[in-house]
Design a protein around this ligand. Structure first.
Ligand SMILES: Nc1ncnc2c1ncn2[C@@H]1O[C@H](COP(=O)(O)OP(=O)(O)OP(=O)(O)O)[C@@H](O)[C@H]1O
Length: 337
């Protein structure tokens, strides 16, 4: 399907030689090298629907970059299969390259000694993008990313935030349906981060691009992703929407409200316990009756809605578990399962 990503039982093992410690160890390693297998990705299966933004999460060394490298055709899997917009990336690298854009936050894909605008022109020729189309897209990207104030500067002299914005434009100039972003906002200041996130949201919502994003920044996940896939030690441990994950691993929310009439009779609601009731002030929380992953346990947003619908309130606020905490719980519980 155009724009979708399908990953089936994907595995990648690296074989490396270990050096034994000390001088004699080094000699022994030379004569009789010890080979070890590293299972970077093990039997991973997931899908990203066309026009969806999925965050691929996991601790350092979990296998995220290896997965992206397979999907961009840089690496071949040891077993399993992947399709990106209907193409097997490592079998048809060139065809795949026309369908995808990729940004690796830690390194640039641009020509280091050329101004970014010249790189854009070279890419236009490589991808045979008609001139008018190229100009229109560049104008749109400039409006969203403010590129023109620095696109005539050599890439080597750009700041990190400027360089990654140019990388994003370069990756999307040929209008690919699928985009891979490996830690795109790493090291950026908050203003530029927000600009890049706004740009990505625009690309998904207005242009219908499919995005697979890796990041360690949970604010980014909350702002951009509806669904996440969590991998740990190369294995997929969780695939779900943010709401499902919060429900499963972060049931520590509270809804605090002030009632319009302090004499209102207040009771618990389905799945929601009344934790405190003092005059006009009430506090609700999950009642835990169905366990944290009960099928009807309400999310904090559903709880908020239920309280507003049932009671007339003059003020309402919610405290929810930080996504960092939720993810930490998910790594520990799901990862060690
Ligand atoms: N070319 C390689 N040769 C040997 N081992 C490798 C190679 N590439 C990756 N690995 C190992 O595979 C594992 C997964 O690495 P990968 O880069 O995919 O992790 P990651 O989830 O992207 O981590 P990070 O968040 O730190 O970027 C790591 O243990 C890494 O050391």
């Amino acid at each position: 399907m155009i724009g979708s990503i399908e990953v089936r039982g994907l595995s990648r093992t690296f074989h490396t030689t270990v050096r034994r410690p000390g001088f004699t160890g080094a000699l022994r390693s030379l004569v009789n090298p010890e080979r070890v297998a590293k299972h970077a990705v093990s039997d991973i299966t997931f899908d990203v629907g066309a026009g969806e933004l999925l965050a691929l999460l996991g601790p350092n060394g979990a296998g995220k970059s290896t997965t992206i490298k397979i999907l961009t055709g840089i690496l071949t899997p040891t077993s399993g299969e992947a399709r990106v917009a209907g193409v097997v990336p490592y079998r048809e690298r060139e065809r795949n390259a026309r369908n995808i854009g990729a940004v690796f936050g830690q390194r640039t894909q641009l020509w280091w000694d050329l101004p970014a605008r010249e790189s854009f022109a070279i890419l236009r020729d490589i991808y045979e993008v008609p001139k008018a189309e190229h100009a229109a897209r560049l104008k749109e990207f400039d409006e969203l990313l403010d590129l023109s104030s620095f696109w005539d500067t050599r890439v080597r002299h750009l700041s990190l935030g400027q360089r990654v914005r140019c990388d994003l434009a370069a990756a999307l100039l040929h209008d690919p349906p699928v985009v891979f972003l490996d830690e795109p906002t790493i090291g950026m200041d908050v203003v530029v981060k927000e600009q890049v996130r706004e740009f990505l949201r625009h690309q998904v919502e207005q242009r219908g691009r499919t995005v697979l994003l890796t990041t360690h920044d949970m604010t980014e996940v909350e702002r951009l992703a509806e669904r996440v896939v969590l991998i740990n030690h190369g294995r997929l441990v969780l695939d779900g929407t943010l709401d499902e994950i919060r429900r499963k691993f972060g049931s520590t929310w509270q809804v605090r409200a002030t009632l319009a009439d302090p004499h209102t009779e207040v009771t618990a609601l389905p799945g929601i316990a009344l934790l405190r009731h003092e005059g006009a002030r009430v506090v609700f929380g999950p009642d835990g009756s169905e366990g944290p992953d009960g099928p009807t346990a309400p999310t904090v947003h559903q709880a908020l809605k239920s309280v507003i619908e049932r009671y007339e309130v003059t003020d309402i606020a919610l405290d929810e578990a930080d996504l960092e905490d939720v993810m930490r719980a998910a790594y520990v519980q799901a990862g060690d399962a």
